[in-house]
Design a protein around this ligand. Structure first.
Ligand SMILES: C[S@@+](CC[C@H](N)C(=O)[O-])C[C@H]1O[C@@H](n2cnc3c(N)ncnc32)[C@H](O)[C@@H]1O
Length: 560
């Protein structure tokens, strides 16, 4: 990354170097509370309040380990005693006769709560902020800082009630909003992201795709940059020429006939949010009922007997993730319906962490994850990141847009809980299983995962098919797909009917033509299609059918 000579850019560069140094230190001193707090402060000063929350929370966990004599009592106490004796441990000198360790712990606890509450408010996690501020006020009843946060929270919550037209007194703490958006970013220190357009990347992806789709290849292509505003009534997209961005796409290597099956991909990066014995644990195919005659019976895991596989192949593939999860139950089936989709992303995260642990790899180096699209903001950080002349951030995110959904539960607590269930030491392994790694995985999954609903309309199964998801979208697709365990593409035998299509067009793909999938129900009218696909596309669809149909609607409206 190039750092221009603006004052903000050099401050950014300095803070990133500081972070780099502290991250190296924490890999050798994973139980150091002041070090966790220093990292939290640097994240905060860089405009990543979400990452600061994670480190401040770890500092609180370490403090609890000492006070409650928890599993890591010895390591945490040893580190804290050494830190309390050191001079640069973020604390004032002890007053009176208080023991240095007790005094230091009080100071660290105060700092941890301050960072946590401030950042939770900035990330719109108001219920969690309220909860931690109440605990802080119990520990430090006279603190002007926590009293001020109480006021701030009350003001924000009153304003929230006003917009929702509800009485503040009627709002239960459990119903306080607790979810916001944070920066969706290729973090400057992330060394795991490949150059997706480099010849060696394309060579690797084409070797992989040759196995499951011998007539297709991955190529670099150009796509219009989409934004949610570009179809608003004031600006007509067809009047503007969109800017383009380099991305990957899937192309035909030879002429493909209508009806031909051209891709069949099985993935183990799957998530099942319902009863485990109804779906193959590896590929998520529905399992045959025990009464289904002539069907092979599901194969159980011989160790835990809790998960089942649809075939010997899936049973074998489970050796790539299941050892880390064998006998571990992580049930999210009880989450409220409105959180069901988010919980599938968490289960995909769990699968990726289990794959990394079983294969002893960094999660971002897994081949199923490494090359997939993270839909990062793509802005030049040294140019967009903003501070004033004193180095104060323009806003808690440094002026950088926020599009990644974030909650304390999904991005901090749940991943740590998953690691603990897999018996992973959350302190010593924090360089590999870090909060920015969870965010990066969530960014990738949100850009590419498919979900299938159950009969009640609730998202039930999710999966990332790393090669299939390289295909781009059109509301006039040339393939159709089906997902039942494996995902399959067929060349369409019948093209979608819409008025603007040139009459000469026939189904089938010519050599070199792009495979165009669909991310929404293409039977719907343009407005509904765009609403459906906006999340997956990052903006309103600008395919030729959408542009044509929107123009027609506009002409119709103008004549009325
Ligand atoms: C599942 S990925 C598709 C593969 C992606 N192009 C890549 O490089 O890996 C989805 C992303 O591709 C882009 N995309 C797909 N179809 C598009 C279209 N018709 N117009 C513009 N962008 C599109 C959007 O950025 C979207 O977030």
């Amino acid at each position: 990354m190039e750092y221009t000579n603006t004052p903000a850019a050099s401050i950014l560069s300095e803070r990133l170097s500081q972070l780099d140094y502290l991250l190296q230190c924490v890999s050798v001193q994973p139980y150091s509370i002041p070090l966790r707090l220093k990292i939290a402060k640097v994240y905060q000063s860089l405009g990543y309040p979400d990452l600061a929350i994670g480190e401040a929370y770890l500092a609180l966990v370490l403090l609890d380990e000492i006070s409650d004599e928890g599993e890591y009592y010895e390591q945490a106490t040893e580190a804290a005693t050494a830190d309390a004796a050191a001079t640069d441990s973020l604390i004032d000198q002890p007053v009176g006769k208080e023991e240095p360790l007790i005094w230091a712990m009080k100071c660290w606890s105060n700092t941890a709560y301050t960072i946590l509450v401030d950042c939770l408010i900035n990330c719109a996690c108001l219920r969690s902020a309220f909860d931690y501020n109440s605990r802080a006020l119990k520990a430090f009843p006279e603190s002007a800082v926590f009293k001020a946060y109480k006021e701030t929270l009350s003001t924000i919550l009153h304003a929230y009630c006003k917009t929702k037209n509800i009485n503040f007194q009627d709002l239960d703490v459990q119903d306080y909003p607790d979810r916001g958006f944070v920066r969706r970013e290729l973090y400057p220190w992330n060394k795991h992201e490949p150059d997706r357009y480099a010849p060696e990347t394309l060579e690797f992806l084409n070797e992989e795709i040759a196995v499951i789709a011998p007539k297709l290849e991955v190529r670099v292509t150009e796509l219009p940059i989409l934004s949610p505003e570009n179809a608003s009534n004031e600006k007509t997209p067809s009047d503007q020429s969109p800017s383009f961005v380099k991305q990957l796409g899937v192309f035909a290597k030879e002429d493909l006939a209508p009806g031909e099956e051209i891709l069949k991909e099985k993935s183990i990066l799957t998530a099942v949010g319902r009863l485990h014995d109804s779906f193959c644990d590896a590929c998520s195919a529905s399992l045959p009922n025990s009464r289904d005659e002539g069907k092979e019976s599901p194969i159980p895991c011989e160790e835990c007997d809790e998960v089942f596989f649809c075939s010997p192949q899936c049973h074998e593939l489970s050796s790539l993730y299941h050892p880390a999860l064998c006998d571990v139950s992580f049930d999210l089936s009880g989450v409220p319906a409105k959180e069901a989709a988010d919980s599938l992303y968490s289960l995909l995260l769990l699968r990726a962490l289990a794959m990394a642990e079983t294969q002893d790899m960094h999660p971002l180096d897994l081949k199923e994850v490494k090359f997939i699209w993270g839909d990062y903001h793509g802005l030049d950080l040294p140019k967009v990141w903003k501070t004033d002349s004193d180095g104060q951030l323009a806003d808690p995110f440094g002026g950088v847009p926020q599009t990644l959904p974030f909650s304390f539960e999904a991005n901090i607590l749940r991943p740590l809980h998953m690691l603990e269930k897999m018996d992973i030491n959350i302190f010593e392994q924090s360089p590999r299983y870090s909060f920015w790694v969870f965010n990066t995985l969530y960014s990738k999954f949100r850009g590419t995962a498919s979900a299938r609903q159950g009969l009640d309309g609730r998202p039930e199964v999710g999966a990332v098919h790393p090669l299939w998801c390289l295909a781009n979208h059109s509301c006039d697709p040339n393939v159709r797909w089906e997902w039942q365990g494996s995902i399959r593409f067929w060349v369409r035998e019948k093209l979608v009917e819409w008025e603007g299509r040139p009459e000469t067009e026939r189904p089938g793909l010519k050599e070199g033509e792009e495979v165009l999938s669909h991310y929404c129900d293409v039977r719907l009218p343009v407005r509904e299609r765009r609403e459906w696909a906006v999340g997956a596309l990052g903006g309103n669809c600008m395919c030729r059918r959408c542009v044509w149909e929107e123009a027609k609607e506009k002409r119709k409206a103008d004549t009325v």
